[in-house]
Design a protein around this ligand. Structure first.
Ligand SMILES: Cc1cc2nc3c(=O)[nH]c(=O)nc-3n(C[C@H](O)[C@H](O)[C@H](O)COP(=O)(O)OP(=O)(O)OC[C@H]3O[C@@H](n4cnc5c(N)ncnc54)[C@H](O)[C@@H]3O)c2cc1C
Length: 233
């Protein structure tokens, strides 16, 4: 299996970075091919702009998604986007590895999503969910956070984790057709003991060693909706 890990933490000695290193070593140890996009180390530019296109369909008015389509078709996307898109298309499994920032991904990772999940390749028209451009590939979200586990779930103060991560799990990864595996979560990371953090590393290693047997989360199938995307009776 080809694996792309997109890692977003500014500190190479962080616990989140340890999870990234562990994933690379574990998956390579199992014979998988692994590439890592370490966004801070790469000085990844997260800002979607007109500079992302060497040629423009409409030079006077920027419609980003339309220019993405043209750029992907004509090979005129900026080199950093094309490089990441090539890695994404190579991968069978995409791992997003990050610390939770404001119930979401760090801005640098949001900018990777905005610029690399290109319209016309990853989605477009009615190509989304089970008809998305990345059907057949899998995605795993691996995150660290400050909150405690009991703060998440039905009736808990922050509600269910999957609700918090909905824009990422459903609105992004499932939308482009990926089979989204249940997230791996390391809770309360800065405040627990070294030993408790080691337990998370052991649990992640175990999870990764069985990753090919993981069952994805359920998301809508377009066959259950009509032409105008109303639910079928
Ligand atoms: C802008 C911002 C927004 C945030 N929003 C949220 C939010 O919405 N919800 C929420 O819950 N949290 C939030 N947080 C908290 C954040 O998610 C956590 O602080 C973060 O996930 C902790 O992970 P880390 O890798 O940064 O930990 P670090 O602070 O890097 O590491 C924690 C400890 O682990 C140690 N360590 C490193 N490697 C290892 C290893 N191999 N084994 C054992 N220990 C090791 C480090 O030395 C350190 O002592 C936010 C933080 C920021 C900065």
């Amino acid at each position: 299996m080809n694996v792309l890990i997109v890692h977003a933490h500014p500190e190479p000695r962080s616990f989140t970075s340890a999870l990234c290193d562990l994933a690379r070593e574990t998956l390579q140890g199992q014979g998988h091919q692994v590439q890592v996009s370490d966004l801070y180390a790469m000085h990844w530019n997260p800002v979607a702009s007109a500079a992302d296109f060497a040629e423009r369909q409409d030079p006077d008015y920027l419609v980003y998604a339309l220019e993405q389509r043209l750029g992907a078709k004509h090979g005129s996307l900026a080199a950093d986007i094309q490089g990441e898109l090539d890695k994404l298309l190579w991968a069978d499994l995409l791992i997003l590895n990050f610390p939770l920032y404001w119930f979401s991904v760090p801005a640098i990772l949001k900018g990777w999503i905005d610029r690399v999940l290109v319209s016309g390749v990853c989605y477009g028209g009615k190509r989304f969910y089970d008809q998305g451009g990345l059907v057949g590939k899998k995605a795993l979200v691996s995150l660290t956070l400050g909150g405690r586990e009991h703060m998440f779930g039905e009736g808990a103060i922050h509600g269910p984790l999957e609700d918090m991560l909905r824009p990422l799990l459903r609105g992004t990864l499932a939308y482009v057709g990926l089979d989204v595996l249940p997230p791996f979560v390391a809770w309360h990371v800065p405040y627990i003991s070294h030993e408790a953090r080691q337990d998370f590393l052991v649990a992640y290693q175990r999870r990764l060693s069985e990753i090919e047997r993981d069952q994805p989360l359920a998301f809508p199938r377009l066959e259950l909706f009509d032409e105008r995307l109303y639910p079928l009776p």
